[in-house]
Design a protein around this ligand. Sequence first.
Ligand SMILES: [Fe+2]
Length: 210
Amino acid sequence: MKDRQFSRRDFFYLCLGGGLLAASYPLARVISQSRAGNKKQAFAPTPSNTLGPFYKKGAPRTERLIERNEPGVPLLVTGRIINTDGQSLPTATIEVFHSDHHGDYDNQGFHHRGQIPVHDSGEYKFETIMPGQYDDRAQHIHYVITAPGHKQLVTQLYFETDPKFAGDPDTNYTRDNLVWHRELIRPVTKVAKGGVSYSSVVFDICLEKA
Ligand SMILES: [Fe+2]
């Protein structure tokens, strides 16, 4: 993965100014549109995935997991937390953590770890860098999501551009045998604005009711 220097402040400003959260989100897959006399949409819950050994409690509440001028490919992750009825869950708590661009976790502190604020709309966002591969693992970000009245979800976000998938995640996603579900591998959009380049990924999350 090619390293790149960037200004964290400029990147954050760009994300806010770009109105990315106002964009239309491809919400979780609709599994049934309507039934006779019932127009309520039902959404498929996001698949779970392993927590792994590197989770730490107590991560700071933040939308920025990176330091100024940190090496790595800048990454913006956005999404919305909903339940299987399609209701937004602004009371949800999202914890994320991932490795640095070399594939190493910060097990002493909280670098690349955070509790991500969820806005009234149920939307969330955070800026970071693309994680590196380690061992035989594809690039990934760990998620732990809780919301009152809903089952806790532990899962991982993966990236279609990961070299591990050789450009064909439909065929190759099992090259990492911890990628249990193809749908956890999300498209990556390359964005270039105002002299700043970054990758953007949308990861909507759907929780089951308890
Ligand atoms: Fe991991």
